[in-house]
Design a protein around this ligand. Structure first.
Ligand code: SF4
Ligand code: FES
Length: 388
């Protein structure tokens, strides 16, 4: 006779589900999905020991269990609290939780430089999303912000400590995925910072995964810095036969035209690395930093991006062109002049492959509007048209 598997009933924001004993409130909420799931800036299910640092996942436990239905006196970190049978949890239905989360976001931003317009993480930054959802428009902080110099930690990664929220994820990656950890959090309290011991460079086969787990723009890919905004690129899923046995060889390529601007791990709806065959799909530095040609990869198709993400804007799995209505609008007449916006756009200099630059891109690498030739053989000239 098969043994009955015992499960716990837990109710989160009035939705009841059965979960295995030992499941945390956060993971139970993830099983329900949607807005019921608390945000998590430091917890990362594939990294042992993560969680319990940032307090963004706080929830209210309105009833501890069926056996002891008393509420818990304080808000608890849902990533570190396991469910009990009959537990009742409030997340977005609790004003206390929303108020506390607003406070946590305000604290996380106290020393943050608020430099989203020039940050490479913009568009895929969990702190940016969190502050839009829970932040206030202004700051109440009147003191000098804590600042740090930018630091190159190894040839491929740059650290902007001013943006770091001390979530510890990158240290867990170094501990658990790479051969040796040479960086960590030094000092305490307001002085705490991520640094390499005696400025040792991070240089091992899997160090690039630290960039992917960083929820903010503190660790950025030096081969991608300032090359493009992430929402202008097109993410596609691709794989290759990687010789490194620890590398899963499955990645997301971020393309612009046929150019591969960067390579990252594939992420799940919670922003964590996807698992393949029950194992987290980390990728090695060779796949990430050296395989920057589409011919290095077998492209599988468009990456699924949440429709709420700015990255999903203008990416269509199936493109249906609307019918051409210009003639109708012009009462049956043909237009006098039609310009192809792509041939005159001032975004990229077609002679320069930004992804191949061994440094950040700057203004000279982009085409200046005056350099564009508006006249093409066989096409009417805009300037001439205007003179007529
Ligand atoms: S650098 Fe990024 S991943 Fe590392 S502790 Fe800071 S915020 Fe977390
Ligand atoms: S995600 Fe729970 S404390 Fe950070």
């Amino acid at each position: 006779m098969s043994e009955e598997i015992k499960t716990f009933k837990v109710t989160i924001d009035n939705i009841t589900i059965d979960v295995a004993p030992g499941t945390t409130i956060l993971n139970a909420a993830r099983q329900i999905g949607g807005d019921v799931t608390p945000p998590a800036m430091c917890y990362y299910s594939k990294l042992e020991g993560s969680g319990g640092k940032c307090r963004t996942c706080l929830v209210e436990v309105a009833a501890g269990s069926t056996a002891d239905p008393r509420p818990m006196p304080k808000l608890v970190a849902s990533c570190r609290t396991t469910v009990m049978d009959g537990m009742v949890v409030k997340n977005i239905t609790s004003d206390k939780v929303l108020d506390a989360r607003n406070g946590v976001v305000e604290f996380l931003l106290i020393n943050h430089p608020l430099d989203c317009p020039i940050c490479d993480q913009a568009g895929e930054c969990h702190l940016q999303d969190l502050s839009y959802e829970h932040g206030t428009e202004g700051t109440r902080y009147e003191f000098k912000r804590r600042t740090f110099e930018k630091e190159d930690i190894g040839p491929l990664i740059q650290l902007h400590m001013t943006r770091c929220i001390l979530c510890y994820r990158c240290t867990y990656v170094a501990d658990q995925i790479t051969d040796k950890r040479v960086h960590g959090i030094l000092d305490r309290g307001d002085h705490a910072e991520i640094s390499t011991y005696i400025s040792k460079a991070i240089d091992n086969d899997f160090s690039g995964n630290m960039i992917d787990v960083c929820p903010v723009g503190a660790l950025t890919d030096k081969t991608f810095r300032f090359k493009n905004r992430v929402w202008f690129t097109k993410p596609v899923d691709a794989h290759r036969d990687c010789e490194n046995p620890k590398c899963c060889g499955k990645a997301t390529l971020w393309l612009r035209g046929d150019e591969v601007y960067r390579v990252t791990t594939r992420t799940d709806p919670w922003g964590e690395v996807q698992s393949f065959d029950g194992k987290p799909g980390w990728i090695c530095n060779t796949c990430r930093f050296e395989k920057k040609k589409t011919s290095d990869w077998v492209v599988e198709g468009l990456t699924t991006i949440s429709r709420h993400s700015v990255i999903g804007a203008n990416k269509y799995a199936k493109l249906e062109m609307p019918k051409d209505t210009i003639k109708e609008v012009l009462d049956g007449r043909d237009p006098k002049l039609l310009m192809d916006i792509h041939s005159v756009s001032g975004v990229n200099n077609p002679e320069i492959y930004l992804s191949e630059l061994d440094r950040p891109a700057h203004i000279e690498d982009f085409a200046k509007p005056t350099e564009h030739k508006l006249d093409k053989p066989g096409q009417p000239s805009l300037l001439n048209e205007e003179k007529k």
